[in-house]
Design a protein around this ligand. Structure first.
Ligand code: G3P
Ligand code: CA
Length: 361
């Protein structure tokens, strides 16, 4: 009886299913099968295929079919089964290699451990060391320009200028540019190298860096339900961000994060395809519940809140877990053991070196 052996390899799940059914054609199955498997798995997945978006919609199952000539099929079947085992073992091995977990790295405020936070030098540094994401915070000036700053006020600890502590939303971009945010060294980061004369960048300037690679952007709306005077209303803020993202055609390379879920929900209504991140630092609550509240596909908790159980439940709900902001090998290891998808760190260079040593990059 003619035989067709079909091996279906699910690239995302490392599952291999074999079925045999009748039909026929030609043999050379062993070489063909090995060849096909090798072609399929020899190259590492390109970066875009390793992205969270891709992982959510993995490749369809790859079907490998081996066709046996009718006249040979019956006596060859026994022989074939033996070799099929070898092939499947080989496939499983290659599959395991190709599916080795890869922890993505987000450079927090660029690379705050090395350069003044949320500045072009910090973002360039992070790009140079090979981050997957640039993490940044966004505020809005009085003349409605999106600028990259963690604090809603000109923080006198890291910026010098005419009115220390003034609200960014009370000054124009021209006034904001009078402040130097590169001279004062952040005492919390001894390795940080000052870059005197560095100004607060606009989001436009930071998104222009997209030409430097294929990394992505993790952009936080710094919006405060208790302080509406510091930002535009959430829907306006979300629309401004979306316009900027679209201007740069970066919809597929941006994730939008916030503690203020009003901005996430507003973004969801405006552009359902933009990936959203629910930030969390409060009580221990199910991550799944928090993400649902923010209508987000990614949960980004303060890193000590991460447990293997929370990560498992999140993954079961098809959520990614991206904790912030872990800066020591001990904390990185705990997060890796818990199964997180990415880690946000002030020192992405050290984190990348750590992951490489562990074979996780
Ligand atoms: O990406 C999350 C993290 O940046 C949130 O904390 O205060 O540094 O913006 P914060
Ligand atoms: Ca942030």
């Amino acid at each position: 009886m003619p035989v067709e052996i079909t091996a279906a390899i699910d690239v995302s799940a490392a599952a291999i299913v074999v079925s045999a059914k009748s039909r026929c054609r030609r043999l050379k199955w062993k070489r063909l099968f090995r060849q096909r498997l090798w072609q399929r798995f020899r190259k590492p997945l390109p970066l875009w295929k390793r992205s969270p978006r891709f992982r959510k919609n993995p490749l369809p199952k790859t079907i490998h079919t081996i066709l046996i000539p009718e006249k040979e099929s019956s006596d060859r079947l026994v022989h074939m089964r033996k070799h099929l085992g070898t092939c499947l073992l080989l496939a499983a091995g290659l599959q395991m290699l190709s599916a080795a977990p890869r922890i993505l790295v987000h450079g927090h405020r660029g690379a705050r451990a090395m350069r003044p936070e949320n500045t072009i030098p910090a973002f360039n540094y992070a790009i140079d060391v090979g981050v997957d994401f640039l993490e940044m915070d966004v505020a809005v000036t009085k003349d409605n320009v999106l600028v990259v700053s963690h604090d809603p006020h000109m923080n006198p600890e890291i910026c010098t200028g005419p009115h220390p502590g003034i609200a960014i939303h009370e000054i124009t971009l021209r006034e904001l540019r009078e402040y130097d945010c590169g001279t004062l060294k952040n005492p919390r980061f001894p390795k940080q190298q000052p870059v005197p004369g560095t100004r607060v960048p606009t989001l436009d300037e930071v998104l222009n860096l997209s030409r430097r690679g294929t990394f992505q952007f993790n952009i936080e709306t710094k919006s405060y339900p208790d302080h509406p005077e510091l930002t535009p209303p959430p829907d306006v803020f979300a629309k401004m961000m979306l316009d900027e993202i679209r201007k740069h055609k970066l919809e597929s390379r941006v994730i939008v994060q916030s503690f203020d879920f009003r901005t996430l929900r507003a973004m969801k209504r405006l552009a359902p395809d933009i990936r959203l991140v629910a930030l969390w630092e409060g009580d221990t609550r199910p991550f799944v519940e928090i993400a649902r509240e923010g209508e987000a596909g990614i949960i980004s908790p303060y890193y000590p809140l991460v447990t293997p159980e929370q990560v498992q439940a999140s993954h079961a709900a098809k959520l990614e877990v991206v904790p912030w902001t872990a800066n020591t090998p001990q904390d990185w290891q705990k997060l890796i053991d818990a199964g997180v998808d990415a880690i946000i760190s002030d020192d992405p260079e050290a984190l990348i070196a750590f992951l490489k040593k562990k074979g996780l990059r």
